[in-house]
Design a protein around this ligand. Structure first.
Ligand code: NAP
Length: 311
């Protein structure tokens, strides 16, 4: 089968292997024919070796996590899926999958769910990691309530664009930071306040917020504490809680590590099918251009999501 792989870590390490082995099925896992794979920052981070600490991985390594496709076979003890099911979810190697930038992926049945009915496979493949992250942070970590004020960083990005829509669904007042939005996309998503992070300092405009959703980290994370009211909460996709800042501003700080689960994917599919969320596909690349897709997500200002089409 064809797969986008690396044989070493590096910036331009992605190669297309036309003769990659179809991954082997084992107990609890499903074999899926992949139609589309969503691209996330974690994919270029894996490719460039940022996630290599801790566990030694063998090469060639097939990249990719998020996908949508059709179940071709199921292993022993698989109870929820059968051949022919249209599913979406994650096949990332970090969670024991075989990698989704490939014609076939093997992954645990706990990491997939039935695809949203109203989404085509391109859209469904764009949703898993960003949708589950946004849902988990807003519902489980922040427990965001109606009329609360939330600042969501990176509103044009994958997680930010999901988070704005879900926060509006919860009845919150939403401010967001983003690069220049030439098309009014952020207003359409529902943002009440839009701040261009390249020309304005958000902490000079926003005060007494109940929550900050940080998808950027670094200096943006640290400056975000100034926006919160006492007792507010900041949840970061990138930073561990900073005790000194928590004490100084008397707020709660939480780090998020998203694990894809069937429950999370079902919630996201429900949001999609009921019209709570939509997804903007910024650009579609063929599998042969997986390396370009990773570079594009890393270097360009993407509006929404990048997807790899596999056929
Ligand atoms: N902890 C976890 O479990 C977990 C899970 C998923 C993702 N993540 C991490 O979360 C981060 C966001 O993921 P994503 O999928 O949303 O990435 P993404 O689609 O690349 O979006 C990131 C967005 O942040 C914007 N941005 C960059 N600098 C900014 C700044 N200073 N202020 C405001 N916005 C800024 C970018 O805009 P421009 O393109 O215009 O610069 C882009 O729209 C990534 O680092 C990812 O690795 C962590």
């Amino acid at each position: 089968m064809k797969a986008a792989q690396i044989n070493e870590y590096g910036k331009d390490a992605v190669v297309i292997n036309p003769d990659a082995l179809v991954p082997e099925l084992s107990s609890g896992k499903v074999l899926v024919k992949v139609h589309a794979a969503g691209v996330n920052p974690i994919d270029w981070k894996v490719s460039e070796g940022y996630m290599s600490q801790g566990k030694k991985r063998s090469f060639p390594l097939t990249l990719g996590g998020d996908f949508c496709g059709i179940v071709m076979d199921v292993g022993e003890e698989v109870t929820q899926f059968r051949k022919g099911d249209e599913v979406y979810g994650s096949g990332i190697i970090l969670a024991g999958g075989s990698g989704a930038f490939a014609e076939f992926v093997v992954t645990n049945e706990k990491l997939i769910s039935k695809k949203p009915d109203r989404a085509d496979c391109m859209e469904a493949a764009a949703l898993p990691l960003v949708g589950v992250s946004a849902w988990e942070v807003l519902y489980n970590k922040m427990k965001l309530k109606k009329n609360q004020k939330v600042l969501i960083h990176g509103g044009l990005g994958g997680i930010g664009s999901m988070a704005i829509q879900i926060a509006k669904h919860l009845g919150a007042y939403v401010a967001t930071t983003a690069g220049k939005d030439k098309t009014g996309y952020l207003k359409k998503l529902g943002a009440d306040v839009i701040i261009d992070y390249r020309s304005e300092r958000f902490e000079e405009r926003l005060h007494d917020y109940d929550a900050v959703f940080d998808t950027v980290g670094g200096d943006t994370y640290r400056r975000s504490f100034l926006v919160l009211r006492k007792g507010g909460i900041i949840v970061s996709m990138l930073e561990q809680p900073d005790n000194e800042l928590m004490d100084r501003y008397q707020v709660e700080a939480v780090g998020q590590f998203t694990k894809i689960t069937g429950e999370g994917l079902k919630k996201v599919a429900g949001f999609y099918d009921s019209g709570v969320i939509t997804v903007n596909i910024d650009r579609i690349f063929p599998l042969e251009m997986a390396g370009e897709a990773l570079r594009y997500l890393r270097d360009a200002s993407v509006k929404g999501k990048v997807v790899i089409k596999i056929e």
